[in-house]
Each structure stands twice: as C-alpha cells, then as structure tokens.
Design a protein around this ligand. Structure first.
Ligand SMILES: Nc1ncnc2c1ncn2[C@@H]1O[C@H](COP(=O)(O)OP(=O)(O)OP(=O)(O)O)[C@@H](O)[C@H]1O
Length: 307
C-alpha cells in the first residue's frame, strides 16, 4: 500500500531482565483498516500495545502514530490514539451518558453532538441513560469504545476486546468496528488469541509468536475463511544467482536447493516471473506453497486449542 500509515512500528524491541519479550517487531497500520494482532497467550501482544500507548518504554526501535514518534513527541502521538488496554474505568452508579459527559470534560473540543454521535456509532442509543451497573459486559465495552473515540483519534487500540463476549457480542463488536473504520476513517488495532475472531473482524492480521512477528496477511471477505494468499513461491530458473541479482530489493528472495525462493502472493508471483523473463532468465517452472492463515497459526500454537 502506498498510503501513509497511521501507525508504524519499526524494529520495536523490549528486553526485561535480560529476556527479549518483543524482538524487532515492524508493522504498519493504514487509514481505515481493522488490523488484527494475533498471538497465543504470552506471545507479547499486551507488551507491544503498552509500548504503543506509551505505558511502557521501548528498549530499542520506534513507534510513530499519525507521523509522531511515541518516544520524541509523546503528547502529539498520544492525542491521535484512543485505547482500551485494561478494563475501562467507568462509574457504575452513573449512566452511560453521564460517564461520557464526565470524560468529555477533560477535552473541551468534545461537544454534546459528538457524544451523541459516538453513542449511536457503538449502538448504545437505546440504553445510554441506564446506569452502567445494569450494563452487560458487551455494553460496558461499547461504552469504553465510545469514550476512547470521542476525541476522533486516528487509531483505536483494543487489547483482547472479545474476552468474555458471547458470539452475538463478538458480531456486534465486529459491526461497529467496521462502521468506525468506514464512517470515521479510524484505523483499529485489535489483539486476540483467537484466529476465528480475527478472521471475522480484520482486514489484515499479523501473527506474533514469542515476541517475533512471523507473518502479516490480508483477509479477504467476511466469510470466516482465511485467504490462501502469500506463501513460499519456488522458481526453477536457468541461472538462480543471476535471477537473485535481478530481484535485489525484493526482501525475501533467496536460493534454496538451487531454486529461487521468495514469499509472494499471486500478483507478486506473476510480477516476478515477468521481471525475470524480461531480464533474459529462462523460467522452467513455478510452484507456490501457500499456507492458510489457519495452518500457520496452528504451527505457532503447536496445534493446541487456545481459548
Ligand atoms: N513486566 C514484566 N516483567 C517480566 N516479564 C514480563 C513483563 N511483562 C510481560 N512479561 C512477559 O512477557 C511475555 C509477553 O507477555 P504479554 O502479556 O505481552 O503477552 P500477551 O501476548 O499479551 O499474552 P496474554 O494474552 O496472556 O496477555 C510473557 O512471557 C510475560 O511473562
């Protein structure tokens, strides 16, 4: 994508007590996309998010939000983020609306009209004047999201928002996150340890394993099936070394057992083939070893059922 990213993580690393918890994680989140951060428990999702919102310092690397470095321009970066990292603090004896008015006081730019708008967006209009103590978990969470987006952040970060929600609650969450992305152009960064939920909610998913990012994938459609997209493509060519030279800059290209191997989706396979042929390389065969997101996630989790 050629758009300017809303969030950019560059080689983000966190070491605690000599242990590397997050290891050179790099990724970009684009305007209006719902980006999933998928990994088994303990893989480092929360730690990464804590660094993104400035709750924890990085050991090295950098994160920018809306073009502002979290390290060097924290107030500017923070103003572009809305997040629910731990359970949102809400006053249970107040109504949902009173809670929002209370939080809006801290930011004079938030008007009553804006409050009404976010209430509608998260689907709480009918119950916003009920006391929060009467709310279900899903409703409390929606109120938390309403609070987090009142100041029109470019990026909304949600850490494991589906925890404890029933399937209907998850579907609702998916619907209003999508709406948020579409109507307000807000990008959403959402973590989960459940692949099935990520497939329902996200445009792209990054898989984190033991603090390392092992893949970033697009998800096509909302049918619950992961696109069999990027994978290893093997090119059988007459001069592998020359072919590798031609593909300089195509990050993943390497030679394996005399074959030119690279990570590519269908378009990139076609494009690579064209480049090679045009450069005078003879291509005898192309094999694509695509792995579904599910295959890959099962490898990461060792086939264990997580949940
Ligand atoms: N302050 C800390 N000191 C030492 N180790 C930590 C600290 N914070 C996190 N860790 C370790 O870092 C690893 C990643 O933790 P993290 O909570 O980020 O994972 P997670 O993917 O969010 O998992 P979960 O879904 O279980 O919260 C874990 O092994 C955890 O024990």
């Amino acid at each position: 994508m050629s758009q300017t990213p809303v969030a950019r993580l560059q080689d983000v690393t966190k070491r605690i007590g000599g242990r590397t918890i997050i290891d050179r994680v790099s990724l970009e989140v684009y305007p209006g996309e719902v980006f999933g951060f998928l990994g088994p428990n303990g893989s480092g999702k929360t730690t990464t998010i804590r660094m993104m919102v400035g709750l924890m310092a990085m050991t090295s690397g950098d994160i920018s939000i809306g073009g502002h470095s979290v390290k060097r321009e924290y107030p500017k970066a923070a103003s572009q983020v809305g997040a629910i990292v731990e359970n949102p603090e809400m006053y249970k004896y107040l109504t949902g609306y009173q809670n929002l008015v209370h939080f809006a006081r801290m930011n004079p730019s938030i008007t009553r009209q804006r409050i009404d708008e976010v209430v509608k967006l998260v689907g709480l209009s009918g119950r916003i004047h009920d006391k929060v103590r009467k709310y279900s978990l899903g409703m409390r969470q929606r109120l938390g999201v309403a609070q987090a987006i009142m100041h029109r952040p470019k990026l909304l970060i949600l850490d494991e928002p589906t925890n404890g929600l029933d399937p209907a609650g998850i579907r609702e969450l998916r619907d209003y996150l999508r709406q948020l992305a579409q109507e307000e152009g807000t990008s959403v960064f959402v973590s989960s340890h459940l692949l099935s939920e990520m497939e329902l909610m996200c445009d792209r998913v990054a898989i984190l394993q033991k603090g390392q990012l092992i893949d970033i994938r697009s998800i096509r459609g909302e049918t619950g099936t992961a696109a069999k997209e990027a994978g290893e493509a093997l090119f059988e060519v007459d001069h592998p070394d020359a072919a590798l030279g031609i593909l300089q800059g195509q990050g993943s290209a390497r030679i394996v057992d005399g074959l030119l191997q690279l990570t590519a989706d269908r378009d990139l396979i076609a494009e690579t083939n064209k480049r090679l042929v045009e450069a005078g390389i003879r291509v005898y065969g192309i094999r694509a070893k695509t792995k579904s997101l599910e295959d890959q996630f099962l490898e990461v989790t060792g086939g264990e059922t997580v949940g």
